[in-house]
Design a protein around this ligand. Structure first.
Ligand code: PBG
Length: 330
């Protein structure tokens, strides 16, 4: 029988899509629970978890519910947890001192989770001032109200030390200050924390998709972060950020957000020999949940498709608010 499929009539890719077992066998990429990292918010001074309206299913945890969430993630096979602290409003100030207080909420949460799961999860912490400053910026401000790069680095060095003292395995500097990785590495090494790793937010774009996160951490930010986060128009610039971060000692690198930046993720994954993470952020989560709640898309398939796409683009690890749920399904 002749076909009109061109010069190679025997070539029919659809043969490899005929059954679920066949498709499974020839799958080029597979998600595994260990690929997943759960970002989690813990808020000071609350006795019940507080739902985040723009992220249905995600809450600001109490210290207790955070511990439970960590155990559930671990039992589902998730490999890590990324902790974000939300201090009491009255504790925010211009320098974000609650972020470097050994008894600040993030340090308390690190110790809580460490006591609960030990080394059963890789415990990571957001290393950034925005949750702790009354102006909501990721750094401290100069007299003109601009984010002062080098003054911020001193704060980050201190943050690295207190987070490491609290027992974190990995710090995640997310503030996009120039030189932050080197300063943090030095601070860790000089305080006996040579084994604490640095997961650099290497390519972090100034994104509208962080919107729901601002609610999640009760952010005080007016304005935007365009003078320190990257411009969505730029790709090559990410390779420059990457070279700097690796040179300064980053152990792992991250691209963020994920879906609108899969090209950047693929480029970075091709270029490096360190593990690469991608952060599927709050707005990516909210979009899928909102469309699914309206009955417009199949929620479970959409979740797995986004995660698979991020993996296919080159991520070794994915930070996702669906980590525990997805891990259970895998
Ligand atoms: C900064 C930080 C942000 C996120 C993670 N770390 C917010 C920002 O840069 O504005 C966003 C995560 C998300 O949107 O899910 N501390």
């Amino acid at each position: 029988m002749s076909t009109s499929y061109g010069t190679f009539p025997g070539s029919r890719p659809r043969r490899l899509r005929t059954t679920p077992a066949m498709r499974r066998m020839v799958a080029e990429h597979r998600l595994h629970p260990a690929d997943l990292i759960l970002p989690a918010f813990v808020r000071e001074g609350i006795s019940e978890p507080v739902p985040i309206s723009a992220m249905p299913g995600v809450v600001q945890h109490t210290r207790d519910t955070l511990k439970k969430a960590a155990v559930e993630a671990m039992e589902a096979g998730v490999s890590g947890i990324m902790l974000f602290g939300v201090p009491e409003e009255a504790k925010k100030d211009a320098l974000g001192t609650a972020g470097t207080d050994p008894d600040g909420i993030l340090q308390v949460a690190i110790r809580d989770v460490k006591a609960e799961v030990g080394d059963g999860l890789v415990i990571m912490s957001d290393l950034c001032l925005d949750e702790f400053t009354d102006h909501g910026h990721c750094g401290v401000l100069d007299e003109q109200g601009r984010v002062d790069n080098d003054a911020t680095l001193e704060r980050y060095a201190e943050m690295a030390q207190v987070q490491a003292d609290a027992g974190v395995h990995v710090v995640g500097p997310s503030g996009m200050m120039d030189g932050q990785i080197g300063v943090i590495r030095d601070a860790l090494d000089q305080t006996g924390h040579e084994n604490v790793s640095v997961l650099a937010y290497t390519a972090k774009y100034s994104s509208a998709f962080y919107g729901p996160f601002r609610e999640a951490v009760g952010s005080s930010l007016q304005g935007d972060r365009k003078t320190y986060q990257q411009d969505p128009a730029n790709a090559r610039e990410s390779l420059r950020e990457l070279a700097l971060d690796l040179d300064e000692g980053a152990d792992m690198v991250m691209v963020k957000p994920a879906l609108p930046y899969l090209d950047i993720l693929a480029k970075i994954a091709d270029a490096v020999d360190v593990p690469v993470a991608a952060y599927q952020i709050s707005g990516e989560y909210a979009m899928v949940e909102a469309a699914a709640a309206n009955g417009w898309i199949d929620r479970d398939r959409a979740i797995m498709e986004t995660l698979t796409g991020i993996k296919r683009a080159g991520a070794d690890m994915i930070l996702t608010y669906w980590a525990t749920e997805a891990a259970r399904q895998l």
